[in-house]
Design a protein around this ligand. Structure first.
Ligand code: BGC
Length: 419
């Protein structure tokens, strides 16, 4: 069997999407503005995971899972500049202890899309100081929680954060500006590098990486050289430029002109992969914002409830492409939003089959994290997207394991025993 011993079978969540009552960050404020979130919804209580984490951890354990990826809410830990909250630190400490007591490996993300309000007011990711502010936050987290955690993700989906917030205007701060987008990506790279060093300095045994969103980007018409060129360009910029920069320690085009950055090289102990879908690209002069690439969903393809193509083979293709970095790989997110749980079961089987195939072909995959443990607040899509293995009744906060949850547990066990 291809799955290596000690393979991490987990689920993933992020603080703002599940904790509830995160009033002190930029998203809370954003949600109050009209027209930002589907049907005017708000994150509100979310899944109340902040108080119900024990119940949720028990459920993971009952399913037989051995890992959990979650994020720390910066705005809770540092509610005012350089003011760290002991209750918040203790809370995450308790969570980590509860996981470990049940044999569940914590994989901790420092930043998953939200920032404290005070930082937003200070210019957020556009302010070059964000690099040292993130470093200060990392330092405190490493001091307070570092001894108990091996796996760290510094930043979740930097390119998604930069494009949604600064190019497409769909997320806070709602800007549409290419120069700003590149600046933010640059700051995120530098922040990642510093944070990596900080964690390793405090705990040399820590394993630190990024959770990078990769998409399969294919030309719509393979006979058109313009479509092919457009797809390659977008693929490079969205998928690889950031990862390559962090690997080589240089600000690669379009973030810079290849100039070296101190301490950035080799700042990924593992390659974190978030994979969901594929885009078909045609060259289109009417799409200047996306560098003349128009994105479409492949005609006739299976889609999820949000209209994204379900394309399991894409995961195999990515894992093969990532082999070139010669690093262990963690699939830090992979999941489906669907009201039809049989589709989720199929999704899981098919994607895990592709992981198995990639392992057989030499990809060094060490873990898989289904997104998500719970139905939760899906950013601009609000609560209409249902990604959870556990169905949540948001009126009562009751959790109900879907059949796919049990299937995932069985698959993990089956693959694990064969390992
Ligand atoms: C993000 C999650 C999000 C998921 C589904 C990823 O882009 O990291 O926060 O909920 O995809 O859209």
């Amino acid at each position: 069997m291809a799955f290596p011993p000690g393979f991490l079978w987990g689920t993933a969540t992020s603080s703002h999407q599940v904790e509830g009552d995160n009033r002190n960050n930029d998203w809370w404020e954003w949600e109050e503005q009209t027209g930002r979130i589907y049907a005017g919804q708000r994150s509100g209580e979310a899944c109340d995971h902040y108080h119900r984490f024990l119940e949720d951890i028990e459920m993971m354990a009952a399913l037989g899972l051995n890992a959990y990826r979650f994020s720390l809410e910066w705005s809770r830990l540092e509610p005012g500049p350089d003011q760290f909250s002991t209750p918040a630190i203790d809370h995450y400490g308790e969570m980590i202890a509860a996981l470990k007591a049940r044999g569940i490996e914590p994989v901790v993300t420092l930043h998953h899309f939200t920032i404290p309000r005070w930082l937003k007011e200070a210019g957020g990711f556009l302010n070059p100081e964000v690099v040292s502010l993130f470093d200060r936050y990392t330092k405190e987290v490493a001091r307070a929680l570092g001894k108990e955690v091996t796996y760290w993700v510094t930043i979740n989906e930097p390119m998604v954060l930069a494009t949604q917030g600064f190019l497409l205007g769909l997320w806070p701060p709602g800007h549409k500006n290419l120069a700003e987008t590149l600046k933010v990506a640059r700051h995120l790279l530098l922040a990642h590098g510093r944070s990596y060093r900080r964690l390793k300095e405090a705990h040399p045994g820590a394993l630190v990486g990024l959770a990078k969103h990769y998409r399969i980007i294919d030309p719509l018409r393979s006979t058109s050289w313009l479509d092919r060129l457009s797809a390659r360009l977008l693929d490079y910029i969205f998928n690889w430029a950031f990862t390559d920069s962090a690997e080589r320690g240089r600000l690669k085009v379009p973030f810079g002109w290849g100039q070296g950055v101190n301490d950035l090289a080799g700042t990924q102990d593992f390659m974190g992969v978030n994979y969901y879908s594929r885009d078909m690209i045609s060259f289109d002069l009417r799409s200047p914002t996306t560098l003349f690439a128009r994105m479409r969903v492949r005609e006739g393809s299976e889609t999820n409830d949000l209209g994204w193509e379900v394309y399991p083979e894409g995961l195999y293709r990515l894992l093969m492409a990532l082999k070139r970095y010669r690093k262990p790989i963690l699939i830090t997110e992979n999941g489906i939003s669907t009201g039809d749980d049989r589709q989720r079961e199929r999704f899981l089987r098919e994607h895990l089959h592709q992981v198995e195939r990639a392992l057989g072909d030499g990809a060094d995959v060490r873990g898989y994290f289904y997104w998500s443990l719970l139905d939760n607040f899906e950013w601009a899509e609000g609560y209409r997207a249902r990604f959870g293995l556990l169905e949540v009744d948001f009126a009562t906060q009751e959790r109900m394991p879907r059949p796919s949850a049990r299937l995932y547990g069985r698959l993990a066990k089956g693959y694990g025993e064969g390992a």
